[in-house]
Design a protein. Sequence first.
Length: 211
Amino acid sequence: MSKGILARKVGMTQLFTEQGTVVPVTVLEAESCHVVQLKTTATDGYDAVQLGFGERRPRRTVKPLLGHFKRAGTEPLTHLAEVREAGSPPLGSRVSVDLFAPGERVDVTGISKGKGFAGQHKRHNFSRGPVTHGSHNIKQPGSIGSTDAARVFRGMRMAGHLGAARSTVRHLEVVRVDSERNLLLVKGAVPGPRQSVLLVRDSARTGVIAG
């Protein structure tokens, strides 16, 4: 059975282990995460739990969504996400960080930071050309098409918009769980800017780290 929670990215900080090692962590806050809907194979074709996060003013919520949240017994929420095969928690119940334990591994999904227009080197990590002997191919993309097709194929890696896309960082370690403040501290960086909403799920390669 899977488990997941919606949380807001507070920012990054660092912790010190008993051995004095510095551990960079991202602080995630899951203050207002609730179960909004239970989807089943009989009615929806698959099993999932729909989670809601973030308070929304009722007058800024359309009527179909107001009815959706009313059936769940919750206030209107701003973000919705699904976790497949997450059991059958009570409808409208609050989901806390107690789902996870220190040492577990999680996958964190969010919208990455937007970088605007970027060249092919920054966007796709291309290598530059030679800078000596009069070379004019220092930051050129190289050949972009086939001689026979006489056109550029779809999907060619070129300059364009970078970031602002759905991104997942996998297999991050849960360092600390603060139940009182409903905070989850995971090792390393996660997608998105501060105050963005992220989906935290147990990793596909789940397991507890020894030691």
